[in-house]
Structures are given as C-alpha cells and as structure tokens.
Write a protein that binds this ligand. Sequence first.
Ligand SMILES: Nc1nc2c(ncn2[C@@H]2O[C@H](COP(=O)(O)OP(=O)(O)OP(=O)(O)O)[C@@H](O)[C@H]2O)c(=O)[nH]1
Ligand SMILES: [Mg+2]
Length: 501
Amino acid sequence: MFDNLSDRLGGVFDRLKGRGALKEQDVRDAMREVRVALLEADVALPVARRFIDAVTEKAVGQDVLKSVTPGQQVVKIVHDELVDMLGGPETEGLILEAKPPVVIMMVGLQGSGKTTTTAKLAKLIKEKHGKKAMMASLDVNRPAAQEQLAVLGEQVETATLPIVAGQQPVDIARRAMEAARLQNFDVLLLDTAGRLHVDEALMAEMKAVSSVSEPTEVLLVVDSLTGQDAVNVAQSFGGEVPLTGVVLTRMDGDARGGAALSMRAVTGKPIKFAGTGEKLDAIEAFRAGSVADRILGMGDVVSLVEKAAATIKEEDAELLAKRMSQGQFDLNDLRMQLQQMQNMGGLGMLAGMMPGMKKAKAAMAAADMDDKVLLHMDAIIGSMTAKERANPALMNAKRKRRVAAGSGTEVPQVNKVLKMHQEMGRAMKQIKKMGGLKGLASMFGGGGGPGGMMGGLPGMGGSAGGPGGLPGLGGPGGGSGGPGVDPNTLPPELRDMLNKK
Ligand SMILES: Nc1nc2c(ncn2[C@@H]2O[C@H](COP(=O)(O)OP(=O)(O)OP(=O)(O)O)[C@@H](O)[C@H]2O)c(=O)[nH]1
Ligand SMILES: [Mg+2]
C-alpha cells in the first residue's frame, strides 16, 4: 500500500531538500510532480487539485522560502496537509454512547468486506469496550450469507440472531431490534447484502432498513483495492444513506492507495477503521498521522511502538535495561535482542516501519538480505559456550572456527557478530554520557508511549526508558513531521550488514 506514491514523493522531496535556497518556481514545479504522483496513485482529481492548491499557497509564503531549511518546511506542510486530507490528527472511534441497543449498520458493495468487518467490530466491542454485542445478517441475496455470519459469530464468541428462512431484510432488522432489546444487548451490528453495482433496489433496501433500525452508526465498507471506482461508490452511498463513517478494508494489500486518500474528502465522513488482513483481529483505528508518515517515508512509529510493547516481555526489557546500565551487556543480551527482532516480524517488517528506513529497506532488498541473517546470528551465539557468551574476549581463532562450523556459518560472520556486540557496547557507553537511556528516549519523542522509545532495531523497552536496541539507528524521527533518519548515520556494523550479505 502506498509504496509507489511514497517512492515518487520521496524523489521529489529529496530534490527539494537537497537545495539550500528555494524559489517560488521550484515549489510550483515540485507541486506539479506531486500532483501527477497523486493522480497516478488514483487519488480523485478534485481531491488532488484541492490538496496541491492548499500546499502551494502555504509553501510559497515568504517565511517558508526564506527559512534556513525551505525543503524540510515544504515536506512538513505536505505532511500536515495529508493528515488534514485524511481527516485530521484525531482518531474517531465508534459512537457507542446511545440508548441501547446501539445499532451499527454496515453497508457497501459486494465483497468489500462487510461481513468480516462486522465480526471484527463485534470482537473489538467486546474486548476493548467491554460491551455485549449481537450480530444479525440481513443478507438474503447470497446463499449461505447468514450462515457465514453465524460461523464468524462463533469464532469471535458473539451472539448472532437465529436464522429464519425466507424472512426479508426489513423484517429481520425488526426482529433483531426486538431480540437485542429483550436480551439486553448493548450493541446490535447489522450486516447487509452487497450488490455488484450501486442500484435502486440496493439503495431502497438500505433506506428501509435504516428507517426501522435508526442506526447510530452507518459504516460504509470500502475495499481499498477498488481505486477510483470506490470514490463513485462512496458518493452514491453517501447521497442515499446517512453515513457516519468509513471502513477501509484490505489496507494490507498493494493497492495504490488513492481510494483511501480520497475517501474522507469525498464522503466528508471520518475514516474510522482500517482492515489489515483476513484474521478477525486484523482491524486498526485509522490514524491519519501514521498514514501520512508512511507515505512520506517517515515510518509508522506509533504502530511500531505498539507492536514492540505487545511483543517484548516487560521483565526481559527491564532486566536488559538494568544490565546495560551496569555495563554488563554480553552476547546473551545481544541474542535476546535478536530474538525480539524476530518476534516482531523480522528485519523487513521493522525497516518498513522505521522512520527514514525506506532506503535501508531497499538496500536490504538489493543485497538480498533477509531474516536468515538474524537466524544465523542466533545460531552463532548459540554455538558458543556459556563462558564465551558472558565473556566474548575468550573467542580466539580456534574457537571462532569451531563456532562457525557448529552454526553452519563462516568465520567472518562470527567476527561480525562479535564486532556488532562491541559496537553496541561502545554505543551504550556514549548513551550513558549523553544522559542515559531516558535522555535518548526523549530524543525519539517517545517517553510517554507504551514502548517509551525507539532506540533502534529491537529491544525497545516495555517501560519508559527501556533498553535502547541497536543504538544510533533511530534518530530524531519520532514526532510527526520530524525529519527521517539518514541511513548514513547507522552504526557502521549495521550499515555493513545492510549493504553486504
Ligand atoms: N486481506 C484482507 N482481506 C479481507 C479484509 N477484509 C475482508 N477480507 C476478505 O475479503 C473477502 C470478502 O469478505 P466479506 O466480509 O465476505 O465481504 P462482504 O462485503 O460481506 O461480501 P458480500 O456479503 O458478498 O457482499 C473474505 O475472503 C475476507 O476474508 C482485509 O482487511 N484484508
Ligand atoms: Mg457479506
């Protein structure tokens, strides 16, 4: 998702940032390229035009052009405008505070993901909001559609309205309301039938269902892969039923992303959720800031922090932090960090989310480097004796050959691991001088977040000021709009790792 757009914009902005001074014409030329990139990504024309006008107006201001870093400022303006276009920095959740049963009605074209999203939301409502939900399928068009929802209901442990063969949507909706009221459900989710195209019959059905159930939320489910067409669909639905929000599904796919970018502007309704996979927990609150960061190659720090917090055991992190502060970081600790990296989805996943790591990721791909490196490093450390792991200085030439043979690697790879450990030890001393991990944490704009900071690759703490991972890799990219990290500032050992096999 957004990869092409991101690459194109990266090129434009690299050129802008590469210059000391900018003239108005430079900005206008760059904006022309941005406009083409947006259109190629399938952003609706009026949306792209409005976007470019807004950015240009702000960017050609004297303050920007005369500033010390005009290129950076323009990128910042683009970033903020992107966030705006996507609905602003706030996330908008479900409205559940109404007289129960609160009705959530799902609408959208055939196959857009309504039924799956209904089940995902039911799970979320139960687990995150602690409310009792019931689901009902009003899909009498597709055979077995109602059974599909019943099966999903079992998977997410949520009640579904018993199926009555032959009953029509409006009657099912009435029965569902009644059942939800009698059984004291807080929330009722109505999954409706899809159609191939927006047609009168569909719209009449949606309106009828909506008038008997008086939904608090009417969520339009849109498949991000449908591109320009999604915009037309959204417009037609928006004109007929009182939409309250949008859910974009298949954000995990390789869509060009334009539909996602246009949706807010076209419907005027907030994008509330993003579907990110087929599994029933693959749904996220839609965060405009994260998406803008990702498009501009700033990485998705918030997601990364959340992922780190979910993956890394707090005790591990605390233990490591303690050992590091006492200067006891040994190969066992390095190994733990490597394993955490693996748990978090490996190098590729991390690189894709790290600020400014797009280039590093490309370098990795070019060098054909993959997660095998992590496994190899783990095998190397695993082939050492406990003594050697605690005191790597014991590794002499003979032992290195043994360890290489034992781990199915070569001596240079063993050396690399040892060198990496050394580098990290040195970096940690530096960090100590710079005011310790807490000081570093604040550099990343973390501190308050669940992971506290992004010190580099793995090992971000479960607690604020936790251990710093491979230090030096981060850089002041945390806050939204901050500049990305120059891969040239990576620790040499890691840079080598990324550049070579
Ligand atoms: N990768 C991915 N697949 C998804 C996502 N959401 C739904 N799907 C898949 O898309 C397919 C269709 O999903 P459904 O939920 O049945 O779609 P629907 O809108 O209810 O379809 P109809 O009822 O036929 O109109 C299923 O195979 C889902 O697993 C998502 O966010 N990512
Ligand atoms: Mg369905």
